[in-house]
Design a protein around this ligand. Sequence first.
Ligand code: ADP
Length: 152
Amino acid sequence: MQRIAVFPGSFDPITLGHVNIIRKGLLIFDKIIVGIGNNSEKKYMFPLNNREIWIKDCFVNEPRIEVKNYSGLTVEFCRKNNAGFILRGLRNASDFEFEKAISHTNNSISPGIETIFVLSDVELSSISSSIVRDIIRNGGATSSFIPPSVNF
Ligand code: ADP
C-alpha cells in the first residue's frame, strides 16, 4: 500500500523551510499532497491561485508531489485523498505545543490518521511565511527565504 501524506498549510507564500520539510517527507512517504487550506476567516497576502502555482512550479520535476487546495477539516481532506498521514514541520518548542494539541484532536476525531513531525535543517528553522510577508511589505530582499518560483 502506498504511504500518502498530506502537508497542510497556508503557504502564504511557500518558503525554503516548507521546501525542506517536503523534501525530507519524500524520504518517508511515497507521495505527498501539499494541501493549501482555504479558511474564509483568514486574510491572505497572496491569492490562492498564486500560492498554488508557486508550489507547483517549485516541484515541477517531482512526480511524487501533488498540490491541491481544500476547505474544511484537514482529516476529511486526508480521507478523500486516501492519505494515512499528516506531515507537519517543527521549528521550536512553541510549534511543538501547538502542533501536539492539533494532532491529539485530529487523532480523536479521526483515529488512523497519524501526524508525523519533521524538523527543518537548522539554518532554515527560523524562516516563517509571516516574517517573509513582513520583509516583502517593507521592500527587503527575500531570496534567501523563498524558492525562485515565488515571483510576486
Ligand atoms: P499554517 O498556516 O498551518 O501555520 P504554514 O503554511 O505556516 O501553515 O506552515 C505549514 C507547515 O510548515 C507547518 O507545520 C509549519 O510548522 C511548517 N513550517 C513552516 N516553516 C517552517 C520551517 N522554517 N521549519 C520547519 N517547519 C516549518
